[in-house]
Design a protein around this ligand. Structure first.
Ligand code: SF4
Length: 62
């Protein structure tokens, strides 16, 4: 599974990085980015929760 952040939508709230820091981080522009090419199995649930919680609906998991 992969995660994607639509940076056009991201508002830099930091929620995803709090919920799932193994997969998401804020970059120097203050926007979220995905830091792994594949979501580790151990983080799959948290990554899904981050996607569901994102207020900007900027995260997709596929
Ligand atoms: S939760 Fe959504 S809006 Fe907030 S930093 Fe993450 S991707 Fe951006």
């Amino acid at each position: 599974m992969k995660a994607r952040v639509d940076r056009e939508k991201c508002i830099g709230c930091g929620l995803c990085t709090n919920i799932c820091p193994e997969v998401f981080e804020l970059d120097e522009e203050g926007l979220a980015r995905v830091k792994v090419s594949e979501i580790p199995e151990s983080s799959a649930e948290a990554a899904g929760e981050a996607a569901d919680s994102c207020p900007a609906e900027a995260i997709s998991i596929e």
